[in-house]
Write a protein that binds this ligand. Structure first.
Ligand code: TZP
Ligand code: MG
Length: 235
């Protein structure tokens, strides 16, 4: 059960059955991976544990069929139990992504060991100070956002005053500079944002709806990948 050789969060898809307009999750994952997405996160707030394990299995198979098991990381949102159960069943899942109110990072690390990936959504409030001072010793990357409010996760970026805090490209540039670990940015990200995002110095972008709700997910994924890669190849 190998894990990815080197984590690449540059083109990162978050997906669950509630996001796909009824289309199979695994098909969209395969399209995204074939288009060049480098990281996949299974995230569902409606699927049962059994369904999540099954989704993880199908996702791992889709990545394998695309011949990308060594390059594309497969992560599960929130659910350490699912990561452990899936690995016990021999499913190649590479780690977990957690939020500020989920299972603590040190517990994830203890159960997953040194090799697997642990990502964390950064705090919404006092973000700059947080990024500067957070203990990142057990972490692989930060998720940061939102760029703008999003119906996919309406509470993303909710500050203490109950208002959503969105991030400008300048904020993202500052955060990317301050962070000692890689930063992936998402929340309301659309194709037109990719060139500006790539210029901030962020390590990658993540999307849900831009791919999962597209009429043609493969085409949309390809456009997102090309937009990012075009900028990066000119650097
Ligand atoms: N975490 C922070 S924002 C978000 C998640 C899972 C949802 C982003 O969805 P979309 O559709 O790309 O705006
Ligand atoms: Mg969470």
């Amino acid at each position: 059960m190998s894990i990815v050789k080197k984590l690449d969060i540059s083109k990162y898809l978050v997906i669950g059955p509630e996001n796909t307009k009824g289309r199979p999750v695994a098909t969209i994952i395969k399209d995204a991976v074939n288009a060049g997405f480098t990281c996949i996160q299974i995230r569902s707030k409606v699927a049962s544990a059994k369904e999540l394990i099954q989704l993880t299995r199908q996702a791992a198979e889709a990545i394998e069929e695309a011949g990308k098991s060594k390059e594309v990381a497969l992560l599960v949102n929130d659910r350490l139990d699912i990561v452990l159960a899936a690995r016990k069943e021999g499913i190649k899942v590479d780690g977990i992504h957690v939020g500020q109110t989920d299972i603590p990072v040190d517990v994830c690390r203890e159960y997953l060991g040194e090799e697997l990936i642990v990502g964390l959504s950064a705090r919404a409030d006092e973000l700059f100070e947080y990024i500067k001072t957070a203990d990142v010793s057990q972490l692989d990357y930060f998720g940061v956002g939102p760029l703008r409010e999003t119906q996919t996760k309406p509470d993303c970026g909710l500050g203490k005053d109950g208002r959503v805090i969105t991030r400008s490209f300048d904020d993202i540039a500052k955060i990317s500079e301050l962070s000692s670990i890689p930063v992936v940015v998402g929340g309301g990200v659309k194709l037109a944002d990719i060139p500006s995002l790539a210029q901030t110095g962020a390590d990658g972008f993540f999307v849900v709806s831009a791919v999962t709700e597209a009429d043609n997910p493969k085409l949309e994924a390809t456009k997102l990948v090309n937009a990012w890669n075009d900028y990066k190849s000119r650097e």
